[in-house]
Write a protein that binds this ligand. Structure first.
Ligand code: NDP
Ligand code: 8X3
Length: 252
């Protein structure tokens, strides 16, 4: 039977690469994001390139009713979701606690933590009814090692780490796997968003070393998502070779 994956934040970066990787392996994909035009164009490309079924859903993960309405709108034939990837997320700013913007904090908490909770809570009943499923949460090395000026971003990803663990415990009776994948620095739109469109600052983040690509992370998600039913990778940290942890990067 053809399998189905739901990926949040599939208009760029990891989410886009994850959709391409699973579509190439003939999975049907439910892809989501806020940028409607990008999402619909990408859905067409995936359908044409890989001959699979794609269901695009436009919603903001921060908006509870939008999330629950979007998931409730999924047609019956799509409701057997094998894998959910909670990927939508962002960092905003990299400033010391006392000068950081409170609105940025709200957006990060609402997206990275509450958004992940809303989507999981909306999709979970479908997986429970199917008596199987796999939730893959995208954390970060920022969940494991706190860095200067990372304050609330690190906090949200530490929350993703903890929530993944507790989700795994609670979902044991339903045989639903929960995996947290924690990538280090990867060149996507992430830094452009973090530095609010400042291309120079975004580029500087990746100067002097070869960062992960979105495809590296997508391949890791694919590996975790296609293991035998009795095997679950619970927690996985992936960095480029130049990065040792959340803090130390060897730059030349
Ligand atoms: P990108 O900025 O390239 O992609 C982020 C995706 O999230 C976009 O598709 C965006 O879609 C979506 N998104 C953001 N906010 C919302 C929202 N409120 N509602 C719905 N979708 C949203 O970044 P990455 O691919 O790098 O990041 C993906 C995840 O990986 C994030 O959780 C990030 O924290 C994490 N991460 C990134 C690392 C990196 O170095 N790049 C390293 C470790 C973790 P749209 O704008 O269309 O809504
Ligand atoms: C993204 C990686 O190092 O900018 O989660 O926090 S980092």
């Amino acid at each position: 039977m053809t399998k189905t994956i739901l990926i949040t934040g599939a208009t760029s970066g990891f989410g886009k690469a994850i959709a391409e990787t699973f579509a190439a392996a003939k999975w049907n994909c439910i892809i989501t994001g806020r940028r409607e035009e990008k999402l619909l164009t990408f859905a067409d490309v995936l359908q044409k390139d890989f001959g699979v079924e794609i269901l695009p859903l436009v919603f903001d993960v921060q908006n509870r009713s939008q999330v629950f309405d979007a998931i409730a709108s999924i047609p019956t034939q799509w409701q057997h979701i094998d894998v959910l990837v909670n990927n939508a997320g962002l960092a905003l700013g990299r400033d010391s606690f006392e000068v950081a913007d409170i609105d940025d904090w709200d957006t990060m908490i609402n997206t990275n933590v509450k958004g992940l909770l809303y989507v999981s809570k909306a999709v979970m009943p479908l997986m429970i009814a199917n008596k199987k499923g796999h939730i893959i949460n995208i954390g970060s090395t920022a969940a494991k090692d706190m860095y200067q000026f990372g304050n609330v971003y690190c906090g949200t990803k530490a929350a993703v780490d903890a929530i993944s663990h507790t989700m795994r415990i609670d979902l044991l009776p339903h045989q639903i796997k929960v995996t947290a994948i924690h990538p280090g620095a990867a060149e996507t739109e992430f830094s452009l968003v973090r530095f609010k469109g400042d291309e120079n600052k975004a580029k500087q983040t990746y100067n002097g070393f070869k960062a992960l690509s979105a495809k590296d992370v997508a391949d890791t998600v694919y590996y975790c998502g296609t293991l035998p039913e009795h095997v679950c990778i619970n927690d996985l940290v992936i960095t480029c070779t130049a990065q040792a942890d959340g803090i130390y990067i060897h730059k030349t």
